[in-house]
Design a protein around this ligand. Structure first.
Ligand SMILES: *Cc1c(COP(=O)(O)O)cnc(C)c1O
Length: 436
């Protein structure tokens, strides 16, 4: 095949290609990236950008990592893919064993799938099938099939996942006729460090009290509500949700697709509250950003409940389930993370983010600055124009992609002190002088 010129690529892009959450009649310009290495994205025009996004939480070891490259190269010569129905292979066995070992105690069963949104669909189906099976056994028990979610939550873009996203930012009005009607509690009002007050959980408790008979599960993102608002909340909140779910006999689904693999300073967000959810979703950083892969873990209580009931089997089975290439690079990525001094690394990044972003608090157009683990957030008073501000970031040699009024970064863990300083200096310079 002949290579395309830069202008051909731009033309094809403009005429034919959807980007995430984009318009084709009024497209936001896309930057042509030719290669990526370490924490740098190299543009076709020769410029290099320091990456503040880890390609949406995923590239925790940076790009073009020799160990991860090798894992893929080795696996491709052995077996790229084989169906998972009736077949097992070492890369999947290794990965599932590791996930059971490193996730909170009690999560014993693993369902592999292709993306975060699908892993959420799987989690919702597990919860609903669990109660379906139980309902069959205990005749007369009301069917529990609705989900209780938090406002400002984000869980993905497929229909089930969308139904538990924040009703406003999740664009529920567009799909109102087709979306399952779920319940929403107010989002956690407490910050990460706030002293606990039982009133923080009152709304959620009230909903559980009133609706537990029809609720299959509560779903939430532990500690950090990501794409719905970039808000950190108290571990006590998470602990109380676990207690209340037990009290009202409702399952707890923890969506750690963004928080998993060290991002908040613990390997998993649930560890901040020392809880085990009934069902856990993982994705994004699992393969170090190399391949698309996700996992839904559950306890034996859940798998027994599903499999001992009327259905007898769990009804899901993606074509590319357990893809050996994805599993191999996930194994290499997790190994790389666990054998590094990641806790110290994240703590250092957190300290540097805190001091580096603090000056933004004094800017007229900034409402709040907050950091946890390797995540730094500047909340502006007004929403920013993404295309406009992104151009200014690129001019500073940094890759930052805000949404709404959140200018945030979650850089690869391997970022050097100097590069992180440059990244934050660029952000401060742009934000300070930004006006819509
Ligand atoms: C990104 C994300 C998802 C969706 O994952 P995809 O791989 O984009 O489908 C779900 N939940 C959370 C918390 C996420 O951050």
């Amino acid at each position: 095949m002949e290579h395309l010129t830069t202008s051909q690529i731009a033309e094809i892009d403009q005429q034919h290609i959807w980007h995430p959450y984009s318009s084709l009649t009024n497209p936001i310009p896309a930057y042509h990236v030719e290669s990526a290495s370490g924490v740098r994205l190299k543009l076709a025009d020769g410029r290099e950008l320091i990456d503040g996004m880890s390609s949406w939480w995923s590239a925790i070891h940076g790009y073009n990592h020799p160990t991860l490259n090798l894992a893929l190269k080795d696996q491709v010569d052995v077996m790229s893919h084989v169906m998972f129905g009736g077949i097992i292979h070492e890369p999947a066995a290794q990965l599932c064993k590791t996930l059971v070992n490193i996730t909170p105690e009690g999560l014993e069963k693993v369902f592999l799938s292709d993306s975060g949104s699908v892993s959420v669909e799987v989690a919702l189906k597990m919860a609903i099938q669990y109660w379906y099976s139980k309902g069959v056994k205990n005749k007369g028990q009301q069917r529990k099939s609705r989900i209780l979610s938090l406002r400002k939550g984000y869980h993905g873009d497929t229909f089930g996942a969308m139904s538990v996203c924040d009703p406003v930012t999740g664009m529920h009005h567009l799909f109102n006729d087709t979306l399952p009607k779920q319940l929403f509690s107010e989002s956690p009002r407490c910050g990460f460090h706030d002293e606990w007050d039982e009133s923080y959980i009152a709304d959620l408790k009230g909903l559980l009290e009133k609706h537990s008979h029809e609720l299959a599960a509560v779903i939430l993102e532990p500690i950090l509500q990501g794409t719905g608002g970039m808000h950190f909340y108290s571990p006590s909140y998470l602990k109380r949700v676990r207690e209340l779910c037990d009290e009202y006999d409702v399952l707890l689904i923890a969506d750690e697709i963004a928080t998993g693999f060290g991002r908040t300073g613990k390997l998993f967000g649930c560890e901040w509250a020392d809880i085990t959810p009934d069902i856990l979703c993982l994705g994004k950083a699992m393969t170090g950003g190399y391949m698309t892969l996700a996992a839904t873990l559950c306890t034996t209580k859940i798998s027994d409940g599903i499999c001992n009931g009327e259905a007898g089997v769990f009804m899901h089975g993606p074509t590319f389930m357990g893809n050996p290439l994805a599993c191999s690079v996930a194994n290499a990525s997790i190994d790389l993370l666990l054998s590094s001094n990641w806790q110290m690394r994240i703590l250092d990044i957190e300290q540097q983010l805190k001091s580096g972003l603090a000056p933004a608090m004094a800017f007229d157009n900034v409402a709040d600055v907050r950091c946890l683990g390797a995540v730094g957030v500047i909340e502006t008073k007004q929403p920013v124009d993404v295309a406009k501000i992104q151009k200014q970031f690129v001019a500073e040699g940094i890759w930052v992609r805000p949404f709404g009024s959140r200018v945030y970064i979650m850089p690869p863990y391997i970022i050097s002190k100097d590069d992180l300083d440059t990244l934050m200096r660029g952000i401060l310079k742009v934000v300070e002088h930004y006006s819509a």
